[in-house]
Every structure is written in structure tokens, then in C-alpha cells.
Write a protein that binds this ligand. Structure first.
Ligand code: BTN
Length: 267
């Protein structure tokens, strides 16, 4: 008889207690299945629901990644959640980088070695992708609502992953957190979210400069030759003031903004 799927116990109450003092009105919601936690929070935002919320899905049927890609995972194979937050930072530049820093630092503090951030939105374990971040925002009157989506592979994905354009280095998914950390998806969530909510508050006050050095310590591209999806290539030289990727190319030093390109290390 096939093994019954693991029944997950989500630490919703503990997360709520840790976060609510910092984010009044905060709620936690766990759904067995939805199309995409980002899509759902954007729908709620458009319907005028702008309260701070953590939405977790045990399974997403239409998870989304950057640049129109999909985030594919079978039930239990990835930790997928989104935070919907009314935010007022003076400058939004670098928010997704700050989220990556927060998640990576927390996992490293739990003992995961070999983590790196691949600008702009990927979390890598060794030479393979462990997770990704998808940030979306919407304005409702004077308010701006941010949806911060995080997907982390808990097990090595057993479904084919969307691949970058032909000619790029193929994307190899990492073995998953459970190969290096004896925590399941709910336990990882309980460790990551309270620290992330503090870091997002910090970002609201201080902006990207408060995270720049922390990112540099985790920068998985610095000093490597990289190829952009628009054909440009060069040597990655860290990030510029607003979190743009600095590339030394044959035509000089350029700054790449995260908008529409994807980046692959060539080595
Ligand atoms: C990427 O690698 O391009 C970003 C992946 C982001 C995936 C997460 S899973 C939770 C949230 N809901 C989604 O549909 N996407 C994000």
C-alpha cells in the first residue's frame, strides 16, 4: 500500500503571536490547495482587502515565477507562501533582494551551508536552485499593497521545471531543504516568517541600503562571468546603489535593473 501523505501541522498560532505586535491586524491562513498564493492575494487586493496576511498553500495548481514562468511543485514538495502587506517605504527599490537576504540568512542560521543569492530573485544551494521570490504590488487609492511570494523546494522537485531560454545553462533544481535540514515545511515556515516580517519593517524604514552589505555576503554571482537573457555578458561586480546588478562588459561597466532579464552564470 502506498504511504499516506504526511499530515502537516502548521504553526499558525505561533507565527501570529510573533508577528502581530509588529503588524497589527495580521492574520495567518493555510489552504490545502489554491492556484497561486500570489494570485489570490492580488485578487483580494483588487477587491479592497488590504490587511496584512500570510497565506500558505500546501499545493499550488498554477504557481507563478518571474518573467511569466511557472513555479511547478507536487504536493508536499515545496513550501509556498505569500505575504500580503500594506507598505509605505520611501523607496521600493531592492525589496525583493531584501526578502531573499532575510530568508537566506534565516536558513543559514538554522545550519544550511552553501546558500547563495543569485540576483535578482533566486536562492541557490550549491550550484542549484533552491527557491525563488516573486514580488508584486498594486495601488488601491493612496495605499500600496505588496505581495511577497516565496517558494522553497523542500524535496527535490519530481516534476519537470521550466527552463531558461535555449543556449543558457540549464536550471538544475537543488535536492531540497530536507537533504540538509531536518525540518519539514511547516517548521521552516515558522522559522522564516517572523524574521522576514521584522526585516520587511526594517526595509520600510531604512530601504535597500540597510541590506546591501548583507546581500554582498551572500552574493552568488560576484566575480563570476554571467550571461543575460538579452545576450549581454560580463563579469558580475556586485550591486549598485538601488540594487542593480553591476556588470563589467567589453563596453564598460553597466548596471542591469531586474525588470525583464534573467541571468545565468557561465561557469
Ligand atoms: C521564481 O523563481 O521565478 C519565483 C518563484 C516564486 C514562487 C512563489 S511560490 C508562492 C508564491 N505564489 C506563486 O505563485 N509564486 C510565489
Amino acid at each position: 500500500m502506498p504511504a499516506a501523505p504526511e499530515r502537516l501541522r502548521w504553526p499558525a498560532e505561533a507565527i501570529w503571536q510573533a508577528v502581530e505586535p509588529l503588524w497589527p491586524g495580521f492574520t495567518v491562513e493555510v489552504l490545502p490547495e489554491i492556484d497561486s498564493t500570489n494570485t489570490e492575494l492580488m485578487r483580494r487586493c483588487r477587491a479592497g482587502r488590504l490587511e496584512p496576511v500570510l497565506l500558505v498553500a500546501e499545493h499550488q495548481s498554477a504557481g507563478r515565477g518571474r518573467l511569466g514562468r511557472s513555479w511547478v511543485s507536487s504536493p508536499g514538495a515545496s513550501l509556498t507562501f505569500s505575504l500580503g502587506l500594506p507598505m509605505r517605504p520611501p523607496d521600493w527599490a531592492g525589496l525583493s533582494l531584501a526578502v531573499g537576504v532575510s530568508v537566506a540568512e534565516r536558513l543559514a542560521a538554522l545550519g544550511v551551508a552553501g546558500l547563495a543569492l543569485k540576483w535578482p530573485n533566486d536562492l541557490w544551494l550549491g550550484a542549484a536552485k533552491l527557491g525563488g521570490i516573486l514580488i508584486e504590488t498594486a495601488s488601491m487609492g493612496a495605499q500600496r499593497y505588496a505581495v511577497l511570494g516565496v517558494g522553497l523546494n523542500v524535496r527535490k522537485p519530481d516534476l519537470p521545471q521550466p527552463q531558461p531560454a535555449a543556449g543558457s545553462v540549464p536550471l538544475v533544481p537543488a535536492a531540497g531543504l530536507q537533504s540538509v535540514l531536518k525540518l519539514n515545511a511547516p517548521q521552516v515556515l515558522g522559522q522564516v516568517v517572523p524574521a522576514l516580517m521584522q526585516d520587511v519593517r526594517h526595509f520600510e524604514r531604512e530601504g535597500w541600503p540597510a541590506f546591501a552589505q548583507r546581500f554582498a555576503a551572500l552574493d552568488g554571482l560576484a566575480g563570476r562571468r554571467v550571461l543575460l537573457s538579452d545576450g549581454r555578458e560580463g563579469l558580475a561586480c556586485g550591486l549598485g546603489a538601488g540594487g542593480a546588478l553591476r556588470l563589467q562588459t567589453v563596453d564598460g561597466l553597466i548596471e542591469v535593473v531586474s525588470g525583464e532579464v534573467s541571468v545565468r552564470p557561465q561557469d
